[in-house]
Write a protein that binds this ligand. Structure first.
Ligand SMILES: [Zn+2]
Length: 439
């Protein structure tokens, strides 16, 4: 960003000082080899100028997305984030300074970008996406997500699908979703109800598989196994009366030393204090370059959607998912993720999704397993069948009335082929499953 250009360059559409917008001008004025001649109008600045766009998240991805959109010519940007700035954000969330620690991210990011890119208006909302209703989301041309929470993604996805009115094309809000985890990331574009949605793709973002306890207890192979051993087994044996506080350096030091000892016994190198902290707190490092790459891809899609300057990801029947891996080299792969007919959010509703259930498990075990299952990931499920309420967590007195079922076996409560309706107050969705006994 050149400051001299920033101060004298008001809008992408004006004729004065085009230096900052030189590359944008080329894309908007000249068709490329892949441009659809029927859709492309040279010099169509109004399409980006007027597009009202919502960014969800003003953290690692969000800072990049806001900066990129502003420098791509978008003028009317809204941003939602509930978080305040922490000192640990400053290494990559470059719109924030030490003096901003404690302030709201959305507010601070908006003011910073407005100052540096003249002519752009950024409207922040410091709160939860769930505070807003359909009438709020209806005002936008598209939505870009830079979130680290699967739950928030699932909520906005279900909300956008629920907003669709087949007779009103304006109710279709493309959702561009970016996500990163360490050196890996993805950018995907969703046309609610028309193409595969976040819920259809849920099992691609499975919670990380836990290492079996027997591996930890008998034959650790990796430094992480030794740390998990210290965390789960050694602490329980030796410091049972103290509640582990993962923010207490003394506790982490104790775990680190235990893990190191065990690693030495098994000749496993690599246990460090920061790895201990990472494993115990389940931290995946946030990497600035991954954020930059994924955010760039998301904003590229937003720009193409707004201008038709080039084909965009996500057009029904074409590729809609770009994955990036940077662990071993720089690699991207783009493919079409298929819509699932039994998707609880965007499916036809005609079929319940088959769900394998262990007939001899208790209802309690089944409830707990729903949090782990890649295709469900429901932390506070309430479960009904066509005839009865098996377990309801959403209301205290219903919870009391149904609690006695928790110790009962599944084959005592449901039959094979029976349908279960599962709800979780985190999502505006009814999940319908058909019981299949696990053999
Ligand atoms: Zn779906």
């Amino acid at each position: 960003m050149a400051d001299a250009a920033a101060s004298s360059q008001p809008t992408a559409g004006s004729d004065t000082n085009r230096a900052r917008w030189k590359y944008l001008d080329r894309i908007l004025n000249r068709p490329g080899p892949f441009t659809d001649p029927d859709e492309f109008r040279p010099g169509n600045y109004a399409s980006v100028d007027r597009a009202k766009i919502l960014v969800i998240g003003a953290g690692g991805l969000g800072c990049e997305i806001l900066k990129n959109l502003a420098l791509s010519g978008f003028k009317d940007i809204h941003v939602i984030d509930m978080d305040t700035i922490d000192v640990s954000n400053l290494n990559r969330q470059f719109l924030f300074r030490a003096a901003d620690v404690g302030s709201y991210k959305a507010e601070t990011a908006a003011r910073f970008v407005e100052k540096r890119v003249k002519g752009v208006k950024i409207t922040p909302y410091c709160g939860k996406i769930q505070d807003k209703d359909e009438s709020y989301y209806m005002q936008f041309a598209m939505i870009v997500c830079g979130l680290d929470s699967i739950e928030a993604r699932r909520w906005i996805n279900a909300t956008l699908v629920g907003m669709i009115d087949e007779n009103d094309p304006d109710t279709l809000k493309p959702l561009i979703d970016g996500g990163t985890e360490g050196f890996k990331g993805q950018a995907r574009v969703i046309f609610p109800t028309m193409t595969s949605c976040i819920e259809c793709q849920l099992d691609m973002h499975a919670p990380r598989a836990a290492v079996p306890l027997c591996t930890l207890a008998t034959i650790p192979r990796q430094p992480q196994h030794c740390i998990e051993w210290a965390h789960i087994i050694a602490w329980e044996e030796e410091r049972k009366d103290i509640t582990l506080d993962t923010d207490d350096p003394e506790h982490i030091t104790w775990l680190y030393q235990k893990a190191l000892q065990r690693a030495q016994e098994f000749n496993i190198p690599g246990v460090t204090y920061s790895m201990t902290q990472g494993v115990v707190k389940n931290i995946i490092p946030a990497i600035a370059s991954t954020n930059a790459i994924v955010a760039a891809s998301c904003c590229n899609e937003a720009f193409k959607l707004a201008t038709n300057a080039n084909p965009f990801l996500g057009f029904p029947g074409t590729d809609n998912y770009m994955m990036y891996t940077g662990d071993e080299s720089v690699y991207t792969y783009t493919f079409e993720h298929q819509k699932k007919d039994d998707c609880p959010v965007c499916g036809s509703g005609a079929v319940a999704r088959p769900l394998e259930v262990n007939p001899s498990a208790t209802l309690q075990e089944f409830v707990e397993s729903l949090a782990e299952r890649p295709e469900a990931q429901l932390k506070k499920p309430s479960i009904r069948t066509g005839t009865s309420s098996l377990y309801i967590q959403s209301l205290a007195d219903l919870e009391q009335q149904t609690r006695h079922n928790l110790v009962r076996k599944m084959d005592d409560l449901v039959e094979e082929g029976e349908e279960m309706v599962i709800t979780d107050k985190a999502f505006p969705t009814q999940f319908r499953y058909k019981v299949i006994w696990k053999k």
